[in-house]
Design a protein around this ligand. Structure first.
Ligand SMILES: [Zn+2]
Length: 178
């Protein structure tokens, strides 16, 4: 997973937001900026993006909080709700899901990300928080060899908020799945 907080302090961020507003909510204008911060990798699985012959590697912009009517329709055009993902992470794994610890807390009427702060998401957004504050790298043996993955830090209490209840963790995509 790649720390994406640099997107918001990037010197081109304000200009890109301007372009986005002029374009009437064309979120693909954020793609190049996010790709630069992520060093052309998927921030979630770290696959190299837009590689010829690598199925699912094309760069997409995900609505981290999904734009569906019963999810977050008013965050559809909120730049802070966007995160770069490879098409495999976006369309096959994450899809339009956004699980919460307590579904009754879903901020369906939120018009800004700040208004979602009472939610306890079960997905981690590397544009909002530093991955290594919550996870550590660990090797795990699999049938195809050792893979390096992120594990929740033991020091993060399960009872505390801040992703302490996180159950959905992605590791780096293993080489032979490319
Ligand atoms: Zn990915």
């Amino acid at each position: 997973m790649i720390d994406m907080q640099g997107v918001f302090s990037h010197t081109d961020y304000a200009d890109t937001v301007g372009q986005f507003k002029d374009s009437n909510c064309n979120w693909s204008v954020f793609k190049e900026l996010h790709k630069e911060v992520a060093n052309n990798k998927c921030p979630i699985c770290e696959v190299e993006l837009d590689m010829n012959g690598c199925i699912g590697s094309s760069a997409t912009i995900d609505h981290f909080r999904p734009q569906a009517e019963d999810m977050y329709p008013y965050l559809k055009c909120e730049p802070k709700n966007y995160i770069l993902m490879c098409s495999l992470c976006n369309t096959r794994y994450k899809e339009s899901k956004f699980p919460l610890v307590d579904e009754s807390k879903r901020a369906v009427t939120a018009t800004t990300i700040e208004e979602t702060h009472d939610e306890q998401p079960l997905l981690f957004n590397p544009a909002e928080k530093k991955p290594l504050d919550f996870f550590e790298l660990a090797f795990r043996q699999t049938e195809i060899g050792n893979i390096l993955e992120l594990k929740r830090k033991k020091s993060i209490s399960k009872d505390s908020y801040d992703y302490g209840n996180l159950s959905l963790v992605t590791g780096s995509r293993v080489a032979n799945q490319h």
